[in-house]
Design a protein around this ligand. Structure first.
Ligand SMILES: Cc1ncc(COP(=O)(O)O)c(C=O)c1O
Length: 392
């Protein structure tokens, strides 16, 4: 028989990522291609302790169905943290727990987008968002991401000429570039959007992971009623728990709640209660400081090795936090070629092409610096340098 899949499935950009990740997972390959937090810094003992306490004290209650919006004490914890860290007047009613912040990408697109609607993105933009939004068949408009955030002239033209339903951005340590918006750009974005019907979708997956530990004020601070903010425990506690959240104005949250209930009733309740117990019995700030310090050291090491080992034509971004950076290859080199030659040499990088909704990026690679330890970084960068120099 022929399976008659919906037309939208054919309109998703073809993903060669499965193939890339399969190849880069081969034994002996040092990978900078993925996006895993450092396994050694997941607090297994602490989470085990919290899980035991939950089973002892809550018993079957922890294994029951719950409400769609999520465990209230966890939402209170998140709201408190917003107030303390960022001075945002967050209330638990404005927060809903989701199955990893990736679910917000799907559900926000589901409640806002009809086929053909305009969506704004950074160029390059987060691949997981491009994939999630594509299922709702929007027309993407990409705004170049400069050193300090989106090109504001291009951003203003986009908002004026195409009135996108929302603009999706990652102001803190963007994926894939590692760039962080300046405060001026954040204010500028808010000024341009104020008075329009375009929502700012502020994905804050990495806001806790600045190497200097200093929080940056979010766009939501300048444009509270028009900004949807999302966050995640994946990078600061454990991604396998699949707990993230959305912090949004109530009218948006009501629609979001309907879509979330239809999709999965609620996020894993056991994960929510264990995570909450962990958060209130352990020092999250100290843990996050430790993780950010390690990522900072690894990032500096990758930057230094890129500077020392690669040919002069190769450049890279210099992140202030997060887990990723982008390198631009010397003239004429193709990232796909570097990928396949890299695998033969025992090192994997991620070609930049899938991060560009409108083509381009053939000469860029994304490098993750959180997963590999220091010895692996040193060896992996030497292997990459051999590949780049050979192909040059
Ligand atoms: C920018 C960004 N947003 C969202 C996610 C989704 O993360 P999670 O669903 O684990 O919260 C990721 C994952 O790497 C990401 O890089």
């Amino acid at each position: 028989m022929s399976y008659r899949f919906a037309g939208r499935m054919g309109r998703i950009p073809e993903s060669f990522l499965d193939e890339l990740f399969r190849v880069s997972g081969a034994p002996g390959v040092i990978t900078f291609a993925g996006g895993l937090p450092a396994s050694a810094y997941i607090d297994v003992a602490g989470i085990r302790e919290a899980a035991c306490e939950v089973f002892d004290e809550m018993g079957s209650k922890a294994l029951q169905y719950t409400t769609t919006d999520g465990y209230l004490p966890l939402r209170e914890f998140i709201a408190d943290r917003y107030r303390q860290r960022l001075g945002l007047p967050a209330r638990p009613e404005e927060i809903q727990i989701v199955n990893g912040s990736q679910q917000c990408l799907d559900l926000v697109a589901k409640i806002f987008l009809d086929p053909g609607d305009a969506v704004g993105m950074e160029r390059p933009g987060y691949l997981g968002a491009i994939e999630a939004f594509s299922l709702y068949e929007p027309v993407f408009h990409a705004v170049p991401l400069e050193e300090d955030g989106p090109d504001l002239a291009a951003f203003a033209s986009l908002v004026r000429d195409y009135a996108p339903k929302f603009f999706y951005g990652i102001p803190n340590s963007q994926n894939p570039s590692g760039r962080t918006y300046s405060q001026d750009k954040r204010r500028g974005i808010a000024e341009i959007l104020d008075g329009t019907d375009t929502v700012f979708y502020e994905d804050d997956a990495f806001g806790e992971l600045f190497f200097d530990g200093r929080p940056r004020l979010p766009v939501k601070r300048y444009l509270p009623e028009q900004t949807v903010m999302t966050g995640s425990f994946s990078k600061i506690v454990a991604p396998g728990m699949r707990i993230g959240w959305i912090y949004a104005p109530e009218p948006i949250l009501q629609e979001f709640n309907v879509a979330k209930q239809a999709a999965d009733l609620h996020s894993n309740f056991l994960s929510q209660v264990i995570l909450h117990r962990y958060l209130v019995t352990h020092d999250l700030d100290a843990h996050v400081r430790r993780v950010a310090a390690v990522y900072g050291e690894r990032c500096r090491l990758v930057c230094d090795l890129l500077d020392d080992l690669m040919p002069p034509g190769m450049t890279h971004t210099t992140p202030e936090g997060g887990m990723f950076m982008t390198a631009t290859l010397p003239d004429g080199l193709s990232s796909m070629e570097v990928f396949y030659e890299g695998i033969k040499e025992g090192v994997a990088v991620l070609p930049g092409v899938p991060f560009y909704v409108d083509g381009g990026g053939e000469d860029t690679i994304r490098l993750n610096f959180s997963a590999a330890c220091e010895e692996e970084i040193v060896e992996g960068m030497h292997r990459l340098a051999r590949v780049v120099r050979r192909l040059e």
